[in-house]
Design a protein around this ligand. Sequence first.
Ligand SMILES: [Zn+2]
Length: 104
Amino acid sequence: MNEPRVEIVDLGTWGAAALFAEYDPEDDVIRVNARIVECMHAARGAAEAARFVACAIAHERYHRTYPSASEEGARRYAAAVSGLDSDCEQLLLRAAAQSPAGRQ
Ligand SMILES: [Zn+2]
């Protein structure tokens, strides 16, 4: 299997139902939400923003490899691969709580 492309693009408003990232099987591309990367960067710094990107990519790669796998499985895999002890959402919730951009 080839490697997917990765893009950091605006996937829409950041909020309760924010889309962190998505995998598009037609174009074989993982898209990470640039708004969330910016929010993470502002609230937690470059290292945490980079960890979010790594976590989001790992999550979407899991969906790509195992299309019928559970959301829970993707979260556990992403947490293990990116070295986060909590899952992406907890990291993002902490960032959102600290960033004005997270309260839109
Ligand atoms: Zn997922």
